[in-house]
Design a protein around this ligand. Structure first.
Ligand SMILES: Cc1cc2nc3c(=O)[nH]c(=O)nc-3n(C[C@H](O)[C@H](O)[C@H](O)COP(=O)(O)OP(=O)(O)OC[C@H]3O[C@@H](n4cnc5c(N)ncnc54)[C@H](O)[C@@H]3O)c2cc1C
Length: 392
């Protein structure tokens, strides 16, 4: 079996690793020219560790765990004046942690030099009962037995293949950035943030925060566990992501400096330590995402083309589920395609088995993050961050 994956994000790379583990031939086509050609500067809450472990060779999985943040022991909601509104203790079970997105992608891309083709923008595909042909912007074509769209929220493949699966703008915007943890900034970090994910609510905006204090520096961990793998060293940092309806961020600029200024303005009445932490951010890494989410549809007839991750169930980051669900998809799809290779079922039946499960948990995760997020319609204070922190 030969699988063509379009998109080298978290989902596409995890799938490639999982397929290689199952002995399946795979090529990943990525439109970017390199893994780090766009900003990746944020922390991801990770709980789908079983899926990650299923996809990766043991040493690369060990590298993910070694370069994760400290396990969370508490979820907290604070006011903009830094008063604790709610907090929930959690036993550290090692199953919920955080990772640096770029480090995770570097590990997922490890040993895939001959598998990933960069600078390859997919512009179309055709399929017949036996093959899929994928077309690229450079005029070339590739054929495969299966095509997987792992091409993110803007997925062109989804638009061609499932035009009925719409992606909605929720009207909310998220400005996010990171502040390196230094002797100057560490003392400013409120105590609950050291213990785990902390949401800060103020007026019409809310800020999700979390520290990424690596268990082991990525470069050192790679030298110890998988010396053939190169990981970029990233200093520990505090991630902050400020979310509000678009009208709370008037005249959103398109430069990182401008976005940082808008975030500073939005929190101008917040506690001085938070203002100072945002002020001391790596300003050039400040970025904006409009919060989008798909509108679930009924199951569709399966073919040799399928989708995973944000391409099929894009969701608000409010519950920290998008990447976790993409990893779950990757592990499940790799396992179903391995069933097909073993001859347990044919390829399209294997894809149908994957899609039957994926649409249930994928759209459920999307609905949960939609209810948790500003698009859920409830006021931010009462909805977004209480649910975000799992507090009823
Ligand atoms: C601030 C922020 C915080 C977040 N926090 C969390 C969190 O804590 N936990 C969590 O689980 N999720 C989180 N998420 C969501 C998570 O980042 C996404 O759900 C996840 O990255 C989706 O992975 P993916 O592989 O499906 O898509 P992507 O990572 O978007 O990858 C898609 C890839 O496809 C490529 N591509 C697109 N079109 C083409 C084409 N035509 N041809 C070739 N290649 C193409 C793109 O260049 C890209 O590399 C967060 C998101 C944000 C913005």
């Amino acid at each position: 079996m030969k699988v063509a994956v379009v998109g080298a994000g978290i989902g596409g790379l995890a799938l490639a690793q999982g397929l290689l583990r199952a002995g399946i031939d795979v090529t990943v086509y990525e439109r970017d020219t390199a893994l780090d050609s766009r900003g990746q500067g944020y922390r991801i809450h990770l709980h789908a560790l079983a899926a990650l472990e299923a996809c990766l060779p043991p040493d690369l999985y060990e590298l993910c765990v070694a370069t994760a943040g400290q396990p969370s022991t508490q979820l907290t909601v604070m006011s903009s004046g830094l008063r604790i509104l709610r907090s929930t203790e959690m036993a550290p079970n090692g199953l919920a942690t955080s990772v640096n997105r770029q480090t995770l992608r570097e590990i997922l891309a490890a040993r895939l030099e001959n598998v990933i083709e960069f600078g390859r923008t997919c512009v179309g595909f055709t399929q017949d009962p036996d093959t899929v042909r994928v077309q690229f912007a450079d005029g070339t074509e590739a054929s495969a037995d299966v095509l997987v769209a792992a091409d993110g929220v803007g997925s062109p493949i989804r638009r061609w293949y499932l035009p009925q699966l719409a992606v909605e703008e929720t009207g909310a915007l998220c400005i996010y950035g990171r502040t390196p943890l230094t002797d100057q900034t560490r003392p400013l970090v409120p105590a609950p943030i050291w213990k785990g994910f902390t949401a800060i609510v103020g007026g019409t905006a809310g800020m999700a925060t979390g520290v990424l204090d690596f268990r082991e520096a990525p470069g050192d961990a790679a030298r110890r566990i998988a010396p053939d793998v190169r990981l970029t060293d990233v200093p520990p940092y505090l991630m902050w992501a400020l979310t509000a309806q678009a009208d709370a961020f008037p005249g959103v600029p398109d430069t990182s400096v401008g976005l940082h200024a808008v975030a500073m303005h939005a929190i101008r009445r917040w506690h001085r330590d938070i203002r100072r932490l945002v002020e001391l951010a790596a300003v050039e890494e400040t970025a904006l995402i409009p919060i989008r989410s798909v509108v679930p549809i009924d199951p569709w007839p399966s073919t040799r083309v399928t989708l995973l991750g944000d391409a099929v169930h894009a969701m608000s980051p409010a519950r920290g589920s998008g990447a976790n669900t993409a990893l779950q998809d990757a592990a499940l799809l790799a396992s179903r395609l391995a069933d097909a290779v073993r001859g347990d079922q044919d390829v399209v039946a294997a894809i149908a088995a994957y899609e039957r499960e994926m649409v249930v948990y994928g759209f459920d995760a999307m609905r949960a993050s939609r209810e948790a997020g500003p698009a859920g319609g409830g006021p931010l204070r009462s909805s977004l961050f209480r649910r975000l922190a799992g507090i009823r």
